[in-house]
Design a protein around this ligand. Sequence first.
Ligand SMILES: *Cc1c(COP(=O)(O)O)cnc(C)c1O
Length: 217
Amino acid sequence: MTLQHIREQVAKQEAASGRALGSTTLIAVSKVQPDARVKAILDQGHRVFGENRVQEAAGKWPAFRESFDGIALHLIGPLQTNKARQAMELAQAIHTLDRPKLAAAIARLAQEMGTCPDLFVQVNTGEEPQKAGVLPADADGFIKDALAMDLPVRGLMCIPPVDEEPSLHFALLAKIAARNGLAGLSMGMSSDFERAIALGATHIRVGSAIFGERVPA
Ligand SMILES: *Cc1c(COP(=O)(O)O)cnc(C)c1O
């Protein structure tokens, strides 16, 4: 598939779901992709990208930012507290706020830096032990605490279990967001972004469908 093809699919699904055209932000997930592929997407005018690792993003994006204006980076992978400052300097959004200690670290840094990326709280909708994210039962309290710290929480993010119907998880995430007054929903990847849009995704994270299979570094 190509970027153009994905954009068409997104628009088609927005229309089919009765949503405004352009109400979904397409995050092109460029982790582990060769620079040439990333540059090809930049050359087509796309500016919103997702990276999993702070280290990798820091190695790759400063150079692209010298050649292309208006790049927005979304950090979509787990964030260690000791990398929070670097993440906040690099990224316009962090999708993986998932524990009180990280919230406290980001709040402290935000005060010091005078600025903070948009934040999404990651919810472990499948309650998988190995997966990051706050449990659905703890989400309301965690969101309330984060907002009380003046953190710019814009929405929620989830990664459904691989072997389950993602729509159930997207619907649960949308429900938790709605009852907490949050507008943002980061959900949907290459294999299920259409279903995510139908259930209200505002941000979809699409990697392999845009770039091709990931090439191990
Ligand atoms: C890699 C990744 C994606 C993109 O996955 P694809 O299946 O390649 O679209 C989306 N979200 C997260 C959190 C990821 O780690």
